[in-house]
Design a protein around this ligand. Structure first.
Ligand code: UD1
Length: 415
């Protein structure tokens, strides 16, 4: 099993380019099932979650070819409707296959995703939405079985603006008969990206980026070429890496509007951030002060940046409180940070972080993707050597993380 080894590093400097967004790529790849013909996608990152999705798409009849960051998928034929346990247990994003399979095949059989380290992650909102669109939903024996003759547009109110449920329901409604309105929809940039891709193929979706999304069903989609957005969470992680080492530099190939909540928080803490058309620069050479953070659906502070900021607040002056409102168990990294000398107390869904602390290198384990990133950040400023195991979690969502940080002067390598 590989390990990431990090030694205390000088302030990072230079520029680094972001890869394509994993969370945009997954639903967009799943949605190619809806289109007869060849979809061409650019900016698809080389990550294990993406490779798992491509594997399932091939099993379902999609002819997928990759050339660097370009993926061509020909779904002229689709001959399956199942996503078995072996696939679903590898990555939760596979539940995004439910809607396209239901819409194209009239049937979908998806293994229940089950719990995951960061929380229970139920799928009730997806299922209620499918039922509102006219699907029969059977849920038991470890599988969700969905079937329909023809999906029909409906008004759906989500109890919580779930990203995955919003994406699944958009995909289910695109070829349905009539109009669907999703209220209290999620507004994450990845949802806008999915809707933009579907619209480029002739779908009629409006209101994405707001809390009400309207989809007028169309008869069919026409294949298109599309470049997916870059990864705002990877960009935010690099901003945190500059910040935690007191460095300065630029993050290229990212939309600064997608980073607003992260930029606002780092500015409040004293970093100087300049936004350009498709990049951001950060100067964190002066000491940063602590801050309080509450994770929220977009445009609130992203839960996917909570762990990285937990590490950052260990180095800043003062006490910071983080309230995690999105997932009920997303503090797995805190025990590991404390093993490195952090002083963090968990109180229910809040963590209280006393800074600055002198972190020291230790053997630690990544239990989940973003928690793993927080240990990388902590390792950059901890004295001595940090050895991170559980690297497979980090590789689910960061393309060439060690090489990219090393190109900024970080003392890090994959062993
Ligand atoms: C997506 C992202 C993940 C991010 C999360 C929140 C992908 C592949 N993953 O996950 O990185 O952390 O959004 O920004 O894009 N919930 C229910 N019932 C449901 C669905 C969700 O109660 O049917 C709850 C979840 O348990 C969680 C909250 O809603 O507490 C948010 O989940 P959701 O927005 O659905 O996250 P994902 O789409 O799974």
């Amino acid at each position: 099993m590989s390990k990431i080894i990090i030694k205390k590093s000088d302030p990072l400097c230079g520029s680094v380019s972001c890869s394509g967004s994993k969370n945009a790529a997954l639903p967009i790849l799943a949605s190619t099932i809806l289109t007869k013909g060849t979809s061409t996608l650019f900016n698809i990152p080389a990550l294990t979650d993406i490779e798992h999705m491509l594997y399932i798409l091939r099993e379902l009849g999609g002819k997928c070819t990759r050339f660097a960051d370009r993926v061509d998928i020909d779904f002229t034929e689709c001959h399956g409707y199942c996503a078995p346990y072996e696939s679903v247990s590898k990555f939760r994003g596979s539940f995004l296959l439910a809607a396209p399979l239901l819409a194209r095949m009239g049937r979908a059989r998806i293994s229940m995703p089950g719990g995951c380290p960061i929380g229970n992650r139920p799928i009730d909102l997806h299922l209620k939405g499918f039922a509102a669109l006219g699907a029969e939903v059977e849920n038991g024996h470890g599988f969700v079985d969905l079937s329909c003759k023809k999906l029909k547009g409906a008004k759906i109110y989500l109890d919580f603006p779930s990203v995955g449920a919003t994406e699944n329901l958009i995909m289910a409604a695109v070829l349905a008969e009539g109009e669907t309105v999703i209220e209290n929809a999620a507004a994450e940039p990845e949802i806008t990206d999915l809707a933009d891709f579907l619209n480029a193929q002739g779908a009629s979706i409006s209101g994405m980026g707001s809390d009400t999304i309207t989809i007028c069903g169309v008869k069919e989609l026409t294949p298109a070429s599309y470049r997916i957005i870059s990864d705002r969470i990877e960009a935010g992680t690099f901003m945190s890496a500059f910040a935690i080492t007191g460095g300065s530099g630029s993050i290229l190939n990212v939309n600064p509007l997608h980073l607003k909540p992260v930029t606002a928080k780092l500015s409040e803490m004293g970093a100087v951030i300049t936004e350009h058309e498709s990049s951001v620069s950060i100067d964190a050479s002066r000491p940063l002060s602590s801050a309080n953070i509450k994770t929220l659906p977009f445009p609130g502070f992203p839960t996917d940046m909570q762990a990285q900021f937990s590490a950052l607040l260990c180095e800043t002056e003062g006490t910071g409180i983080i309230v995690e409102t999105v997932f009920e168990n997303r503090f797995l990294h805190i025990g590991e940070l404390n093993r490195m000398g952090a002083n963090i107390r968990i109180d229910g869904r809040s963590s209280v972080i006393e800074g600055p602390q002198k972190l020291s290198g230790a053997k630690v384990t990544a239990f989940d993707l973003r928690g793993g990133a927080s240990l990388v950040l902590a390792g950059l400023c901890a004295s001595g050597e940090t050895e991170i195991s559980g690297v497979e979690h980090i590789e689910r969502g960061y393309e060439h993380l060690c090489e990219k940080i090393s190109s900024l002067g970080g003392n890090i390598f994959l062993d």
